[in-house]
Design a protein around this ligand. Structure first.
Ligand code: FMN
Length: 148
């Protein structure tokens, strides 16, 4: 069975909840899921997965969360050319650089040679009904890119 690995950063819980929604969507599609907080993993663990997902919030006017910076740097050194990736996360539209960390991870994954399997999903604070639908579609698109 295919494996999806989800790594998240979350300070107040919104992004953890987003990661959980994506995990449940994968499970409903018969995909094995590993879900980890970002300080608990090394980026090279993505090498074991078929689908690689980062869920991150954005901090301090467009910055990456401090706890995910190491993983961000390690990630760009990897060759993930056979893998499918997707990025999602939470931010706050109050800030000019809404969900910039999501875009930063999109660029980092692109450097690894991985294939972007779905458009990034950016959630304003906590996931509402329509965000949950977007996250479920996100998971479905990622799975649809797997080689049958
Ligand atoms: N959200 C953004 O989209 N862009 C930002 O630049 C940004 N800067 C922030 C700076 C501070 C000091 C704080 C407290 C929040 C900031 N946010 C920003 C909002 C958080 O990303 C948002 O609250 C998010 O839901 C937190 O996710 P979490 O609950 O998973 O920790």
């Amino acid at each position: 069975m295919a494996l999806a690995k989800i790594v998240y950063a979350s300070m107040t819980g919104n992004t953890e909840e987003i990661a959980d929604i994506v995990a449940e969507a994968f499970e409903n599609l018969d995909i094995d899921v590993e879900i980890n907080e970002c300080t608990q993993v090394d980026a090279n663990e993505f090498e074991e997965a078929d689908i690689c997902v980062i869920a991150t919030y954005t901090y301090d006017d467009g910055d990456l969360p401090a706890e995910i910076v190491d993983l961000y740097e390690e990630l760009q050194e990897l060759n993930l050319s056979e893998k499918i990736y997707g990025v999602c996360g939470s931010g706050d539209t109050f800030y000019d650089e809404f969900c910039k960390s999501v875009d930063d991870f999109d660029a980092a994954f692109a450097k690894t040679g991985a294939i972007k399997g779905a458009e990034s999903v950016k959630v304003d604070l906590n996931a509402e009904e329509e965000d949950i639908e977007k996250l479920e579609i996100f998971a479905k698109e990622l799975v649809s890119k797997l080689e049958k």
